[in-house]
Write a protein that binds this ligand. Structure first.
Ligand code: DAK
Length: 264
């Protein structure tokens, strides 16, 4: 079911609670211009408020590119002030994606370069099609990454490897992306959406409140030392015991039946 039609993206719900957002701007290999970022912000705002949403799959239209970066033709003549504002606007959007209550999985089909790689990194994990190519080639254009790449890449993969990729602009294909922990797995291109939906269904079958708490614990703990982060986890663990899902999940286990979670 198509939920909303935009100029540069599609928002579909193939099954209850499972959302697929496709960046679809093929003439520029799905590059992110201001209009596309504004549309993405609308979808992310709607998803953040949707308590029935269980998982987001983010992908690119066509088979050649996930997202080939920020739109270079739009960016080339920005003033320093405009560049800073553009970068911060997109960074806030990517922070909002990261903060979505439901898991977000990037299904990377083809090029995920610059802002495209950064968009994938704002998702909880990445599944790569066999033609996926990741990279932060900004240094080739005389600029550093501007949508969080210098921050998220060293948090996702080994910091030294991240610095290598950020400073050389070297692109990595799907096998290497899996080997360095950038992508979780590689699948055939024509199986990418099916694999994403399979993962989304698995997540949707778990306690939705618990899944939200896992994501919250991880992100809130990132900025803290281990003791403080574990205290956050204890708080959220306690919170889970105020939820009908906890009562149902444990009762179902003891009664040897599958749980029927309400999502709260
Ligand atoms: N922006 C705009 N158009 C793009 C594009 C992009 N990032 N990538 C591709 N295109 C367009 C091409 O210009 C071409 O348009 P036409 O000539 O047909 O009109 C069309 O898409 C097809 O591309 P190609 O003809 O080049 O296709 P190929 O198969 O030969 O090559 C490629 C595919 C992905 C290897 C190549 O297109 C490429 O290298 N693209 C650029 C990749 C790149 O460098 N991406 C990173 C962009 S920089 C910041 C804010 C943001 C950022 C940084 C700072 N501040 C404000 C501080 C983030 C920056 C980036 O993301």
């Amino acid at each position: 079911m198509t939920l909303a039609r935009y100029q540069n993206l599609r928002h579909e719900q193939p099954e209850p609670g499972l959302h697929v957002v496709t960046i679809d701007r093929p003439r520029a290999l799905n590059a992110l211009d201001s209009a596309t970022l504004a549309e993405l912000a609308c979808v992310v705002g709607a998803l953040a408020a949707d308590r029935t949403a269980r998982a987001l799959l983010l992908t690119g239209g066509g088979t050649k590119a996930f997202v080939a970066g920020a739109d270079i033709s739009e960016m080339q003549s920005l003033s320093p002030d405009q560049a800073r504002a553009f970068s911060w606007k997109a960074s806030r959007l990517f922070l909002d994606i990261e903060a979505l209550p439901m898991p977000a999985i990037a299904l990377v089909n083809g090029y995920a370069l610059g802002g495209g790689c950064e968009l994938a990194l704002a998702c909880d994990w990445i599944v790569a099609a066999d033609n996926a190519v990741f990279g932060q080639p900004e240094v080739n254009l005389g600029i550093p990454p501007g949508f969080g790449g210098t921050q998220r890449l060293p948090r996702r993969i080994a910091p030294g490897k991240a610095m290598e990729l950020l400073m050389t602009g070297r692109q990595v294909k799907a096998d290497e992306a899996v080997a360095i922990g950038l992508a979780n797995e590689k699948v055939a291109g024509d199986a990418l959406l099916a694999r994403g939906l399979e993962l989304a269904r698995t997540i949707a079958s778990k306690g939705p409140f618990a899944v939200r708490l896992v994501k919250q614990a991880w992100h809130r703990g990132q900025a803290l030392d281990l003791a403080q982060a574990c205290a956050v986890e204890s708080d959220l663990f306690g919170l889970a015991f105020s939820s009908p899902d906890q009562t149902e999940g444990m009762r179902a286990f003891l009664e040897k039946r599958p749980p029927a979670f309400e999502g709260r």
